[in-house]
Design a protein around this ligand. Sequence first.
Ligand code: 5RP
Length: 227
Amino acid sequence: MNDKELVAYQAARLVEDGMLVGLGTGSTANYFIEELARRKSEEGLEVSTVSSSVISAIKAQSLGLPLVAMEHVSRLDLYVDGADEVTPDMTLLKGRGSDLVREKLLARAADRFIVLVDQSKLVSRIGEKFPIPIEVVPFAWQLAKRTLESLGGRGGLRQNASKDGLAVTSHGSLVLDMVFDSSIDSQALNGMLNATPGVVEHGIFQGLAAAVFVAQDGRVEERWNGK
Ligand code: 5RP
């Protein structure tokens, strides 16, 4: 079992009969979806799921997990997803995929949001390894970019995978990938991005994680918030 499988397997043990569980997006979340499906078919686990992306919904459906549409959900028991960066105070950077809006909605609505990472995702500050993904209303991208530049940001619109057009999120937004000065802390940045007109959502997830499960060399460390 690799490190991503290991954390996914451990998180899947938190799921109990009758739970509504949010499914994340990415390679680590995929392992969680697979383990949940295995528990359903082999152990008879009774679980409903809500997906953070079309791709995870397709995977869950193909493995026989019951899916509920997000518009029918006002809360959920557990949301399990990966992250691109995690700081010591459990602030996250997410959004290398294109599903930030759904991911943050599920993270907020869940009684417990569990984050699955390997050691390589641990950083001392948000933005250490990746630019901050910022979803913007398409017609507002230049106005939003200018505001972000006035706050010290540098960057531009994300291109699609084949580099012949722009990346468009599942919400229909464009994405600005912006780098900010390391002297701006993530709390201040979070506030600034929340207050920028034209920004739909961004990749800083602050105060949302209940626990981060960190895998390293075949072992999992559970870091619970407040413990
Ligand atoms: C998608 C995400 C992913 O959870 C994040 O990119 C981690 O992916 P992986 O598990 O493949 O390393 O935030 O928007």
